[in-house]
Design a protein around this ligand. Structure first.
Ligand code: ATP
Length: 360
């Protein structure tokens, strides 16, 4: 990508609060990119309930064909449970996209963004590095089918998959990231009970750790870790976890640092990146203009940083910094959505961030 080329970014609004928070992220990133003279070519794509109504499938071929050509996009949440059969029980559109593009690393930072926000653990500053392609989420593990079975009406089973390759790959992500932070990796596992599956995960991480002698390694049982994060949050830096452990743990860390509505994430392969808030579609508050858009906005900033590194385009990193600073300033100014105890609307918060960006 040449410096003067417009940035091509996919935009998939998704379900529930998706259209509201994705719209906020698009407006704010467009403004920040304009400030560093980078034009954007947005590619708007359908996914979810809107796509079912329009095209009879939650993930149309046209959406996938465009994603094939892109290396970065924003993805809103999906609400599988709200889809009609048979889509309700199929692999979610987000899961399908992660699988198709091998987005194996889900990076989920959590830290308090502003002193004006009440937080259960104000000193928490961690990144959960979540393996994204296998583990205890059985729907990711199959060539075909959901990986869950019911041999009788009263018995349910699920398939867990752990491979050395995927465990080592995610461990490398965690250790590389730790080198840019406080050089500490905690491995979340439960090998005292699940010695084969999470034992392989733990042992793979320990083996990879030998290549990073400058990074300290700590091993913690997932249940103990949940308690320790609340009791002694300042002890943790990067946490590496299998798929389901990482998903649950990152909801916890997001809320401990302020609100789930402010927990960003990116999903990465070695060649593609997808910005996606750590939270779900929040159908309980959809369409009411009260969703906190911060998670989606900061996920987009993370995406721009990844693109900056990949394409050696420092302006994109500058835009990411502008976005993050403007969000923190807005929170410092006391513009808070209801999940933070405030009365700001999604659009009101967005307008405030835009005005901060304009005055920067
Ligand atoms: P998923 O399995 O898709 O991640 P979930 O079951 O974890 O979904 P969420 O959709 O993340 O559930 O919602 C959990 C709670 O957090 C809900 O009460 C929801 O309203 C709230 N919530 C989630 N995201 C936001 C947000 N951006 N702003 C405000 N509240 C939110």
């Amino acid at each position: 990508m040449a410096t003067e080329d417009p940035l091509r970014l996919g935009v998939v609004a998704g379900d529930g609060i998706g259209p509201e928070i994705v719209s906020a992220a698009v407006q704010i990133s467009e403004r920040a990119l304009a400030a560093v003279s980078v034009p954007v070519d947005w590619r708007r794509l359908r996914m979810g309930a809107e796509a079912i109504t329009a095209e009879g499938t939650p993930l149309p071929e046209a959406t996938l064909a465009e994603l094939d050509r892109l290396d970065a996009w924003l993805l809103g949440p999906h609400d599988n449970a709200g889809y009609p059969a048979p889509f309700r029980d199929a692999l979610s559109p987000g899961g399908t996209i992660r699988k198709r593009y091998g987005l194996y690393a889900n990076i989920r930072p959590a830290r308090r963004l502003s002193g004006a926000i009440p937080a259960v653990c104000p000193t928490l500053d961690v990144v959960v590095v979540r393996e994204n392609t296998e583990g205890f989420y059985s729907d990711r593990n199959m060539y075909d089918g959901p990986g869950e079975f019911m041999p009788t009406a009263d018995v349910a089973m699920a398939v867990a998959v752990f491979t050395r390759e995927a465990c080592e790959r995610i461990a490398h992500q965690a250790f590389r990231l730790a080198r840019t932070r406080r050089r500490s990796v905690t491995v979340a596992h439960k090998a005292n009970v699940l010695s084969k599956t999470t034992g392989l995960f733990r042992d793979s991480c320990v083996r990879v750790a030998e290549q990073y002698p400058d990074v300290t390694v700590r091993l913690e049982h997932i249940d103990a870790l949940a308690a320790l994060l609340v009791a002694r949050p300042a002890e943790f830096d990067v946490i590496v976890a299998e798929n389901m452990f990482g998903d649950i743990l990152s909801d916890l860390t997001g809320q401990l640092a302020g609100s789930l509505g402010m927990a960003p994430s990116v999903n990465l392969s070695d060649t593609k990146a997808m910005a996606q808030a750590a939270h779900g579609s929040a159908p309980d508050i959809a369409g009411r203009n009260i969703a906190n858009p911060v998670a989606m906005i900061l996920s987009t900033a993370m995406l721009l940083e990844w693109l900056a590194e990949r394409h050696h385009r420092g302006a994109l990193a500058d835009a990411a910094t502008r976005i993050r600073d403007a969000v923190c300033r807005s929170l410092d100014d006391g513009v808070h959505t209801p999940d933070l105890g405030g009365a700001a609307t999604t659009t009101g918060f967005t307008e405030h961030v835009l005005s901060v960006l304009a005055s920067a």
